[in-house]
Design a protein around this ligand. Structure first.
Ligand SMILES: CC(C)(COP(=O)(O)OP(=O)(O)OC[C@H]1O[C@@H](n2cnc3c(N)ncnc32)[C@H](O)[C@@H]1OP(=O)(O)O)[C@@H](O)C(=O)NCCC(=O)NCCSC(=O)CCCCC(=O)O
Length: 341
């Protein structure tokens, strides 16, 4: 395996990070949750997800002021964007009443997050309306904002207007391998270089709180040039349970930053990332879902240029209901694979 391939697997795997009662969405035109668990997957869900016991479990310091810590930090040594978004949504949701559900959020990542210290979340109660309520959250480190986020919440309101795209047809998660199983497959190759083995073994030691099953592993890992589109099944590792949609939205916000921006690099395997970071992230919640059950994440990039890339994501329940959509722009500074610089 080439060094770049290990790097790409590492880049993708490392971008899953680390969070009890949160405070975010509910059934908007919600069909029944048909995402029932298969008995074969039950055993690995016996342990509560570290996402709910740790990362999304913020400490309340004062009114509308919270502190979040990190469970996992990517190799880049800057905080995982999904963690900051998920924690910001938890903080926002804590100041809204139980009959309000998150329907959208809009964030800018203005500075890199420092993994050595916790993050403070300061909530501003921007507006409380009859139907919609808006919160602004500043994530702060070293006295300066690292993320600014607006989140909007709505009372449950039904409507006769309902449509959605159709979910792509893909093999079910039961027929696919997890990232860890794929790594084991690579490790079993007799001609694998020692440094590649070392890199892959390090990856296996990572405690990534999300389980991933790529639909097409070779394009997922940029082994061949492909259209800027990436599909994978994903779910929170461990048990979360049904009932708390607020929490599931925060977990989904966390997951939504995973492997999204890298989609814009899929057509260019001859380049490797030199500096890749998300600049902004928006998300819309459409329906009830369980983030600890398999959901299809469909990522596509509509544009790249000017050292930036634009990507869109759709999160599907396995019964075909569109649960959430997101969009993100990021910095993409690259260098040729052959470059030693
Ligand atoms: C750094 C951000 C994006 C702002 O950039 P800029 O305005 O350029 O800030 P500076 O502080 O002036 O520079 C930072 C750094 O970059 C170098 N730089 C600047 N311009 C250029 C250039 N044209 N060419 C080359 N290098 C340039 C500059 O010299 C500095 O280098 P250094 O001195 O070595 O530090 C800023 O807004 C920011 O950091 N925002 C936070 C972004 C973030 O942390 N996002 C969340 C994490 S990323 C993530 O979790 C998702 C990744 C997904 C990847 C995937 O899906 O595969």
């Amino acid at each position: 395996m080439a060094e770049k391939e290990v790097d790409d697997i590492r880049g993708t795997c490392e971008l899953t990070a680390n969070s009890e009662d949160v405070g975010v969405t509910e059934p908007q035109n919600s069909p029944e949750d048909e995402n029932s668990k298969s008995s074969s997957s039950q055993d690995i869900h016996d342990l509560k997800s570290v996402l709910v016991t740790s990362v999304l479990n913020l400490e309340e310091l004062d009114v509308d002021l919270y502190r979040g810590t990190h469970h996992w930090v990517p190799r880049t040594q800057r905080l995982f964007g999904g963690q900051i978004i998920g924690q910001a949504l938890v903080a926002a949701a804590k100041s809204v009443s139980d009959n309000l559900y998150a329907h959208s959020l809009h964030c800018y990542f203005v500075r890199a997050g420092d993994p050595k210290i916790p993050v403070l979340y300061q909530v501003d109660r921007t507006r409380d309306g009859r139907s919609f309520t808006v919160r602004s959250v500043k994530a702060i480190q070293h006295g300066q904002p690292i993320l600014i986020c607006q989140a909007s919440f709505q009372k449950l309101q039904l409507s006769p207007l309902q449509h959605q795209f159709t979910m792509p047809s893909v093999p079910p998660p039961e027929d696919l391998l997890t990232v860890e199983e794929l790594i084991h497959l690579h490790l079993s190759k007799p001609d694998l270089a020692e440094n590649a083995k070392k890199g892959l073994n390090k990856l296996l030691a990572n405690e990534v709180p999300i389980e991933i099953k790529p639909i097409n592993p070779s394009s997922f890992y940029r082994m061949t040039p492909s259209e800027p589109r990436r599909l994978f099944w994903g779910r929170a590792r461990g048990y979360i349970g049904e009932g708390n949609m607020k929490l599931h939205c925060c977990v989904a916000a966390y997951v939504s930053d995973f492997a999204l921006l890298g989609t814009a690099m899929l057509p260019y395997p001859e380049y490797r990332a030199q500096f890749v970071a998300s600049l902004d992230h928006a998300m819309w919640f459409h329906s009830t879902f369980r983030s600890d059950e398999w959901m299809l994440y469909e990522c596509e990039s509509s544009w790249a240029g000017s050292s930036r890339g634009l990507v869109q994501g759709r999160l599907w329940r396995r019964d075909g209901v569109l649960a959430a959509s997101c969009a993100q722009e990021g910095v993409l500074r690259v260098k040729p694979v052959t470059s030693k610089l």
